[in-house]
Design a protein around this ligand. Structure first.
Ligand SMILES: C=C(O[C@@H]1C=C(C(=O)O)C=C[C@H]1O)C(=O)O
Length: 91
């Protein structure tokens, strides 16, 4: 059986390379979606400030944290916290 320096067969190596290509493409889409989310969030924050309100709304943030937790567990909560951190404070 033909093996590479990582100990995989060439078939496995090809499968891994192909799957990594898909992961790289997914990561690029995720980063693009995060950038889109930052822009939408900034627009909401700016509108609220212009209307005389506060930039942040913690009840809404808690709903988002709960949704991520329900779907992805504790790491989902941390992911949502990171997303909210990226989206806060630029308006
Ligand atoms: C975007 C909003 O403003 C802020 C940003 C949020 C977000 O990025 O999801 C959520 C709540 C607010 O603290 C909103 O109220 O929906």
């Amino acid at each position: 059986m033909d093996t590479t320096e990582t100990g995989t067969t060439s078939d496995h190596g090809r499968l891994i390379d192909e799957a990594r290509g898909r992961i790289d493409a997914l990561d690029a889409r995720i980063i693009e979606l995060v950038r889109e989310r930052v822009g939408v969030s900034e627009g909401i924050q700016r509108a609220r400030i212009e209307a005389g309100g506060r930039r942040l709304q913690l009840t809404r943030e808690n709903d988002i944290l709960r949704r991520y937790h329900e779907q992805l567990g504790e790491p989902g909560t941390r992911l949502a916290m990171t997303l909210l951190e990226l989206c806060r404070g630029r308006a």
